[in-house]
Design a protein around this ligand. Structure first.
Ligand code: HEC
Length: 208
């Protein structure tokens, strides 16, 4: 049998590759992966709710927005109160005022829904569609504007949304994904839970 020299076998492979992938394929394509992600197919309402559930679960919204059950392995979200925010009946724990100074530790409540630091105090919001205490009165536009601008209720000149709410990360979702998150949140059972208003550093400094 005639042996094919290695070099010519490699050249043949290269030729095949060149015909399968003509030079034009190496040019930047007119749509990038990000563009494709930004223009997914139009989803039905039910598909948006399903996608919203997937994003909310994977993007850890429950960590800061759901009350917890305490287990030996640490706090886990209480599925009967999903996404209803920092529980209004939580005990008011004393705040060490040292946290107001930058460079000190930030405090996190035991169920990971309240936070105190140089920015003041913040409490995970009620994201269920209860109209008095949750997002029931919000429109999709308010929701998207809030998460894109980091301003409370998406209002121009509104107060900045406080740490550790990761709105800068969440703002990176496409419109369709933010709409899907909103569709899922609006499909949750409404839970009445009035989350306390945030505190300014001054409010905390004046505390006894
Ligand atoms: C690391 C904790 C944390 C995570 C994770 C988190 N949030 Fe928040 N979120 C907060 C806190 C704290 C506030 C209250 C901030 C304030 O009052 O300024 C808040 C507030 C909000 C608000 C209300 C904004 C307003 O105008 O008052 C919305 C809406 C919201 N979060 C949605 C989400 C969604 C959706 C996710 C998941 C994709 C999420 N959050 C993940 C901590 C978090």
């Amino acid at each position: 049998m005639k042996k094919i020299p290695v070099a010519s076998a490699a050249a043949a492979l290269l030729l095949t590759a060149a015909s399968l992938f003509p030079p034009g394929c190496n040019q930047p394509a007119s749509t990038t992966k990000a563009d494709t992600a930004a223009t997914p197919k139009t989803l039905s309402h039910a598909e948006m709710v399903e996608r919203g559930k997937y994003i909310v679960t994977a993007a850890a919204c429950n960590d800061c927005h759901s009350p917890k059950i305490f287990t030996p392995m640490g706090p886990i979200p209480d599925s009967t109160k999903s996404l209803s925010g920092h529980p209004a009946n939580s005990p008011n724990m004393p705040i060490d005022k040292k946290v107001l100074k930058p460079g000190e530790w930030i405090l996190i409540g035991p169920d990971l829904t309240s936070f105190v630091g140089p920015f003041g105090a913040s409490y995970g919001a009620n994201l269920t569609p209860d109209s008095a205490t949750g997002l029931g009165a919000w429109t999709e536009d308010i929701f998207i504007k809030t998460l894109r601008t980091g301003k409370h209720l998406g209002q121009d000149g509104g107060r900045p949304i406080l740490p550790p709410m990761p709105w800068r990360n969440i703002s990176q979702y496409t419109d369709q994904d933010l709409k899907s998150i909103f569709a899922y949140l609006q499909a949750l059972p409404p839970i009445s839970n009035k989350v306390p208003a945030p505190l300014t550093p001054d409010d905390i400094a004046k505390m006894k």
